[in-house]
Every structure is written in structure tokens, then in C-alpha cells.
Design a protein around this ligand. Structure first.
Ligand code: BES
Ligand code: ZN
Length: 602
């Protein structure tokens, strides 16, 4: 390897791990979940491939001891915490290749959310869940927190007997002892640290297929099982396209409303926001997306967060392909067009902030920038559309062949952007030049040769939207949820007044729809145009869930006027207890300094 390659691509700037150091191969994790103290009391046995000095990632951990398996103490240095990365833990792995670390997590662990009973649906028991991606696993496990390193694990959770302790792994047993229960889990497939996940709460499950069940709080579990009943069909389609599902089970967990994302692809146990449980199956494409990550992301993983588009671009492409088989080309084009609008808003925001480089796929984020802070739809939409462009250049058959080879070649491995490009160049000579791949990957904005997205379903709504017109009742009545979402996204705000919002909502009751996305889009339009009659509904919406994708644009729109800012701060103060630390940090920053516009978020 050329030394510049090593410099530019091998070192993950978001981890203290240095290339050449021993690497983790296995984790044995014993965890006592203490709701009273809001902490995990842990013993972690880390196995490495060989002895030697290592720099581990940690954040906020209180270390009690580090020893070898013989319990002889090993000296270590826990460096002061730096922003974004946390604290470097320097220690030497002894002969025998194992470190035993006993430690406690911080009450403010960035990757854990502790909920009071009042913040759950059941209101009777507390709840805990983790979120590892991107840099948060280090706040609950000392480890090499870079997606370039994979290890297997086994874990033992001690939880209150009334609760279930779940992990994104295979269940190997539950044992009840007095007031406590011990839940055992094993992850036999090697995974990167960001995919270690746990959740503890009053949870029930319903089987959907022999290899899928949904877990949720009791009040919502039936509806979730009904809404996700297509998961078996989705799995079959994905397997037909990209080969066998390698993780044995695909279970889903519906979290309390504060879950900050739409979904998180934790292996064997996808985490989902309850806001996609609508009773009418209208938001299951989120499940399709997380399922697709089983191939692209979890099996083949981005080597650093600079290469995040490899995870999300491929996954969005695969999500579209699954959707195409199950719902047809027109519905898929509609879904693509909605993401395109979100993408356009994001790149406009990057343009305004003078950050065009953030609109390239391959990023060069330094370790001082938190990948969570740069989140946008660029890696999703531009990434997926790049793969559509490649597909169109060589034909679907050859491109499918390439994807299957790619997955076979890199399964259970992590790779960088240049490695993907080298692979494509070798397998499909000339295609990168044909689509001008460098413009997609390393240049800002969208190349002008990018594939067009078209369908009658799109034209039907864009005609009214571009004219700033509210459709007549007989037309609007025929529109589907995704058509309304696209219409509301496309409606040029300069052509709208509060009357547009009032007419739309009066005629079609959009702010009362089951589909969360339609309701949210309508409320956003109302706030942006100053339609005050829905104030209460906006407040209810902001109190009812904590998905950052919904919170950020709403609070930002509220904060545009001085009175609105006062209102936004008031509502935020009332609701923030129900939000995840990630959401509190993002919205807190907006309301402290509401001026610059920023990407919409997930
Ligand atoms: N892996 C992401 C969620 C994520 C991204 C967590 C970045 C932390 C940092 C997940 O697969 C995802 O993309 N979720 C989307 C789903 C949507 C595209 C269907 C979301 O939450 O909006
Ligand atoms: Zn994703």
C-alpha cells in the first residue's frame, strides 16, 4: 500500500485506534442495569488477536480496574476527554490476549437513554435503550469503536424481573433469581462496535413469520405486528436479489416515542420509532430500509464514517429495489422523488452555510467534526442515485451480478470509498468513466447527467404544487399518503400564505391523518405560513414523539420570528424530558442560535 493511502484512508479519524495495533476479536460483557442510579455496572473481557499496546475508545466511563484474566492489575492511562472522540484509554494487552475491565457508565452516557415510567406507553416501568451509531458505543463499552474492526460477543444482562432485557443478538437464555432476571445473548457473527445494542423495558412480542417477531410495549404490539406483516415478503425479495439472509432472525423492536431516528439497523433486532406504527401499513418502507442494511451496512460495512454513503447509499438503492418488486415502478419513483426533495432542501442549506463539500459523497471529515452533526440526505439520495446511474449504464442484469459479487467479496468486512471504486473499476471496466463517477463521489451537488425520476403519480401532484394551488376536493381525495407528502414538500413557500394551509387542512384534514409524515408536513407548512389555528396540534405533535427528522424543521420554523422563538423555547422546555440526548443537543443548539439554516436531519 502507498503511504499516502495509509495516511488518507486507513486511519479512522473518529477512533483512537491506530493501524498496526492488536485488534479485538471477541467481547464478553456482563452488565447490571441499575435504573435507580441510571447506570450500567459492567465487567468486559476483551479478547485481542495478539498482545501489545492498544488505544481504546471510551466516553464518560468510570474505570474501576483493568487486569488480565489472572486478575493481576495492568497499568493504564485514561486521557482527558476531548470533544467528539471522548477519552483515549491506553493499555497493554498481556500474553493470553485478554483484558478484563470493570467499569460504570456515566448518567449522561451519550449512547443510552434512561426513561422514567411516565415517558413510556405503559407508564408503569422505566425503560432503557442504546444507540451506538455513530460514536456512542464507546459510552457504554470500552472498545475499538471504529467500523473497520469487527468482533463477536456474548453478554449477560441483569435486569429487574418484571422487565425484558433485549439485545441485537441471539437469545441464549433467561433465568429468574428473586427480583432479578438474567438474560443471556450471543452474537456469533462478527460485528463492528456501533451495532452493539440493548433495550430493557416492559416488552411483549408477536410472531410474524418463523424468523421474525416484533417486540413492543404492550399497548402497541398488536398494531405493530399488523403494520409489519409484509416483512416476510420483503425478506424473500431481498434474498432473491442479493443472496441468503445471514443473520438467522430479523426481529424488530418498537421503542418509546423518544427514539430519535426512524429506524436503526441493529443486527437481528432492528430498532424502530413508534411513529411508523400508523395502523394502515403506510410507513413500512422504513422497515424495508433497515432490513436492506442486513446486506449493505451490517454484512458489508463502511470502514470509517467518512464512507457513510457506502452504508446508506447502497441501502437506499436496495430499499428501492425491494419496493419496486412489491409495489411497482410508479410507487417506487414516488418514494425516490420524496427523498429527492429532502435532499434538495439539504443541499440548499449546505449552500447557504457555505459548505458545498458536504454535498460530495466521499467526505474528509476530521476527527474534530462529529458525523452526527453533518447528517443529511446526501449519502442516502445522491449515493443511491449514483448506483442507479451505474445500473443504467451497464444494464440491470450486469449490475445485479456486480452487487452479488460485491457482497460475496466483502461479507463481514469493512471497506473505504476508494476500495469500492477499485472494485467497480475491475469488475465493470469503463463504467466509472461513463458515468463520470468522480463528479458523484468527490464533487459537490448533483451531476447534470443524473438519472431522471418520473411517474404519473408524481406529475399528478407536481402540477398543482408548482403552481402553488390547492387541488379541488375530487382530485385531492384520490391522492395517496406519499402523494400528499410529495405535494407538501414541493409546494413553493413563496406562493403560500396561511390561507393555503387553512384551505388544505380544512378540505382534506391533513393534520389529522394516520400517516405521521403527512401530518408532520402539514403542520410544518402551517408553522411556516403562520397559520395559527393548528398551534395546539403542533404542540401535541412535538410532545408526542422525538424523531429528530420531525423536531428539527418544526422548531427551526417556529424560531423564525421573535414571538415564535419564545413559543419554541417554551414548548421545548416542556417537551425536552421526553427527547433523547441526541435530540436535546440538536434542538438546544438551534434554539440557542436560530439564525443559520441547516439540513433537515433524520
Ligand atoms: N443507520 C441509520 C440511522 C442513523 C444514521 C443513526 C446516522 C445514527 C447516525 C438508519 O438506517 C436510517 O437510515 N434510518 C432512516 C430511515 C429512513 C431512511 C427510511 C431514518 O431514521 O430516517
Ligand atoms: Zn440507513
Amino acid at each position: 500500500m502507498h503511504f499516502l493511502d495509509a495516511l488518507l484512508h486507513s486511519r479512522d479519524p473518529h477512533s483512537f485506534h491506530a493501524p498496526g495495533q492488536p485488534t479485538m476479536t471477541h467481547l464478553k460483557w456482563e452488565v447490571r442495569v441499575e435504573f435507580g442510579e441510571r447506570r450500567l455496572v459492567c465487567r468486559a473481557v476483551l479478547t485481542f488477536d495478539r498482545p501489545g499496546s492498544v488505544d481504546l475508545d471510551t466516553r464518560g466511563l468510570e474505570i474501576d480496574s483493568i487486569t488480565g484474566p489472572d486478575l493481576i492489575p495492568i497499568p493504564y492511562t485514561l486521557h482527558p476527554e476531548v470533544p467528539v472522540l471522548g477519552s483515549r484509554l491506553t493499555v497493554t494487552v498481556p500474553e493470553g490476549n485478554q483484558l478484563v475491565i470493570t467499569y460504570t457508565t456515566s448518567q449522561k452516557a451519550s449512547g443510552l437513554q434512561w426513561l422514567t415510567p411516565a415517558q413510556t406507553g405503559g407508564k408503569r416501568h422505566p425503560f432503557l435503550f442504546s444507540q451506538g451509531e455513530c460514536l456512542h458505543a464507546r459510552s457504554y463499552v470500552p472498545c475499538q469503536d471504529t467500523p473497520a474492526i469487527r468482533f463477536t460477543y456474548e453478554a449477560e444482562l441483569t435486569v429487574p424481573r418484571a422487565l425484558r432485557g433485549l439485545m441485537a443478538a441471539g437469545h441464549t437464555g433467561r433465568q429468574e433469581l428473586g427480583d432479578l432476571a438474567l438474560e443471556r445473548w450471543a452474537m456469533p457473527q462478527p460485528i463492528p462496535a456501533y451495532l452493539i445494542a440493548l433495550a430493557v423495558g416492559e416488552l411483549e412480542s408477536r410472531d410474524i413469520t418463523p424468523r421474525s417477531r416484533v417486540w413492543a410495549e404492550p399497548h402497541i404490539v398488536e398494531m405493530a405486528a399488523s403494520d409489519f406483516r409484509d416483512v416476510g415478503a420483503m425478506m424473500e425479495v431481498a434474498e432473491r436479489l442479493y443472496g441468503p439472509y445471514d443473520w438467522e432472525r430479523f426481529d424488530m423492536l418498537v421503542l418509546p416515542p423518544s427514539f430519535p431516528y426512524g429506524g436503526m439497523e441493529n443486527p437481528r433486532l432492528t430498532f424502530l420509532t413508534p411513529s411508523i406504527v400508523t395502523g394502515d401499513r403506510s410507513m413500512v418502507s422504513v422497515v424495508g430500509h433497515e432490513l436492506a442494511h442486513s446486506w449493505t451496512g451490517n454484512l458489508v460495512t463502511n470502514a470509517t464514517w467518512r464512507d457513510f454513503w457506502l452504508n446508506e447509499g447502497w441501502t437506499t438503492y436496495v430499499q428501492w429495489r425491494i419496493r419496486e418488486v412489491l409495489a411497482g415502478k410508479d410507487e417506487t419513483a414516488l418514494e425516490m422523488a420524496i427523498l429527492q426533495r429532502e435532499f434538495q432542501r439539504d443541499i440548499e442549506a449546505f449552500a447557504e452555510k457555505g459548505q458545498p463539500e458536504r454535498t460530495a459523497l466521499g467526505t474528509f471529515l476530521p476527527g474534530t467534526v462529529d458525523p452526527d452533526e453533518t447528517f443529511s440526505r446526501v449519502p442516502y439520495f445522491k449515493g443511491a442515485l449514483f448506483f442507479v446511474a451505474l445500473e443504467q449504464a451497464v444494464g440491470r442484469e450486469r449490475f445485479d451480478e456486480l452487487i452479488r459479487k460485491y457482497i460475496a467479496r466483502f461479507r463481514f468486512k469493512s471497506l473505504t470509498t476508494p476500495e469500492l471504486l477499485d472494485f467497480i473499476a475491475a469488475e465493470l471496466p469503463g463504467v466509472l468513466e461513463a458515468v463520470q463517477a468522480w463528479r458523484w463521489v468527490y464533487e459537490p451537488w448533483l451531476p447534470d447527467n443524473s438519472p431522471a425520476i418520473a411517474s404519473d403519480l408524481i406529475t399528478a401532484v407536481s402540477r398543482y404544487a408548482s403552481a402553488g394551488e390547492v387541488p379541488p376536493p375530487e382530485v385531492g381525495m384520490t391522492w395517496s399518503d406519499p402523494q400528499w407528502i410529495l405535494y407538501l414538500e414541493l409546494l413553493p413557500r413563496v406562493r403560500c400564505t396561511w390561507k393555503t394551509a387553512a384551505t388544505l387542512d380544512g378540505r382534506f384534514r391533513l393534520s389529522e391523518r394516520a400517516n405521521t409524515e403527512v401530518r408532520w408536513s402539514c403542520l410544518l407548512l402551517a408553522v411556516e405560513t403562520g397559520y395559527k389555528a393548528v398551534r395546539e396540534k403542533v404542540e401535541q405533535f412535538l410532545a408526542s414523539q422525538g424523531r429528530v427528522k420531525y423536531l428539527r424543521p418544526l422548531y427551526r420554523a417556529m424560531a423564525k420570528t421573535p414571538e415564535g422563538l419564545v413559543w419554541a423555547r417554551e414548548v421545548f422546555d416542556r417537551c425536552k424530558d421526553g427527547y433523547h440526548p441526541i435530540a436535546v443537543s440538536v434542538i438546544g443548539k438551534i434554539l440557542a442560535d436560530p439564525s443559520p439554516s441547516a439540513p433537515a436531519g433524520t
